[in-house]
Design a protein around this ligand. Structure first.
Ligand SMILES: *Cc1c(COP(=O)(O)O)cnc(C)c1O
Length: 400
């Protein structure tokens, strides 16, 4: 694979022409699911057609090289080895598999972030109940991001995991993942990063970040099909992990009383795949790499910053994003309302979503919020769409 190290600015017209959905909707719901570009749609449809024609297992055999290529593409994107990638059905399965592979014992402390995702936190509570581990959120600093000084002060011999969300589901915050990684490294503590909202909208380099485990999904900023995800497992941590369960892909039954784990991160996979969707994921990663993650990040960050600035100037609108560094997720309320605003935008063909308190309970409670409107923007969103969105919000703010 020969890829350019720097990428030119995004050609928005081409990005839009590649994306059939752009013709029908203003899609600001990329934090929910991005619009698939044509190469992804083609990869999925072609494989389903092939399965229908020759049989599922036979189609898999024919696609073998392209299936192997998916691991290489993801490894390239994250700057890791091919063997350090496991493909799974979503980010939740990736994260849970990592979390329940760690040898946590009663009294072990898990340090997490205020903006932690509900599904992760539910498992901390579950592990607290089942295993007696203690979960403690690290407070935010005055900008709203995880306070790395506080993290350092909280560390002692009982901390057995640092697990944080990089970009939360409910705001534009980008937590200081690399700074947290340095602290985790220095203290030799496993570090699990939920990169579900950051992968695909910015450059993610696991060496720079220093995480041992990273979970992500295919359908959000990567613009892959639904029902795809992956897990990165640093090879140096592999021997410390025990998969929570096995099957005939993750392990091989070699004697009546003995099994061997699959090599590398493949021990965290399971047998059955939606191969069409996986091929779509591979096409999505290649497509993102062709644009360049730096170029995507530049565009998305600037576009979101423009929306925030304009929203901020509208009477009655409160922008709710926090943190020193902010990304493509823009959150706000209009005169304290979110549901009504999202519904009104939907009727005008503008897709946004509503983040409710229970998705990130610690953060939302701390900020006294029940919900926020979430506009997750991408590099196929153009200036005219920003204007349409802002015009709609100006009108709603005056009416409501
Ligand atoms: C969406 C999301 C997840 C879950 O991803 P799935 O692919 O739906 O399992 C995890 N973490 C964060 C921060 C998310 O936004």
């Amino acid at each position: 694979m020969n890829r350019p190290q720097t990428s030119p600015a995004i050609d928005i017209a081409r990005a839009r022409a590649d994306t059939p959905g752009c013709a029908g909707v203003v899609h600001f719901n990329n934090a929910g699911a991005g619009l698939m570009p044509q190469p992804v749609i083609d990869a999925v449809k072609e494989h389903i057609d092939l399965e229908a024609r020759i049989g599922g297992y036979e189609a898999e055999d024919l696609a073998r090289d392209r299936l192997d290529e998916i691991y290489r593409s993801i490894a390239w994107m994250l700057n890791c080895k091919t063997e350090e990638i496991a493909l799974v059905e979503n980010a939740t399965v990736a994260w849970n598999t990592a979390f329940y592979s760690l040898p946590l014992r009663p009294g072990d402390r898990v340090l997490t972030a205020m903006a932690e995702y509900a599904s992760n936190f539910l498992n901390y509570l579950h592990a607290a109940k089942r295993l007696g581990v203690v979960v403690e959120p690290v407070p935010n600093d005055e900008t709203g991001q995880l306070d790395t000084d506080a993290l350092e002060r909280m560390i002692d011999g009982r901390v057995k995991l640092i697990a944080i969300t990089h970009v939360p589901t409910n705001s534009g915050l980008v937590n200081p993942a690399a700074e947290i990684g340095r602290i985790a490294r220095k203290n030799n503590i496993p570090y699990l990063l939920d990169a579900c909202q950051s992968v695909g909208q910015m450059k993610i380099d696991v060496e720079e970040i220093g995480c041992d485990l990273l979970s992500a999904t295919g359908r959000k900023y990567l613009r892959g099909p639904r029902g795809t995800g992956f897990l990165y497992v640093r090879d140096s941590i592999l021997e410390k992990l025990d998969p929570p369960w096995l099957d005939l892909r993750s392990a091989r039954w070699v004697d009546p009383d003995r099994y061997e784990l699959a090599p590398g991160a493949r021990r965290f996979e399971n047998w059955e795949f939606n191969f069409a969707a996986l091929l779509g994921l591979g096409a999505a990663v290649e497509y993102a790499l062709d644009w360049g993650l730096d170029a995507i990040e530049d565009y998305v960050t600037a576009y979101a910053a423009h929306l925030r600035e304009e929203l901020h100037a509208i009477p009655g609108v409160s922008v709710r994003d926090i943190g020193a560094r902010q990304c493509g997720i823009v959150t706000f309320r209009v005169r304290g309302k979110a549901e009504e605003i999202a519904a009104a935008l939907t009727t005008e063909g503008i897709n946004v979503s509503v983040s409710v308190a229970s998705s990130t309970l610690l953060d939302m409670r701390a900020r006294g919020l029940d919900n926020v409107v979430r506009a997750g923007v991408h590099y196929y969103n153009d200036e005219a769409e920003a204007e349409r969105f802002l015009t709609a919000i100006r009108r709603l703010a005056a009416e409501i």
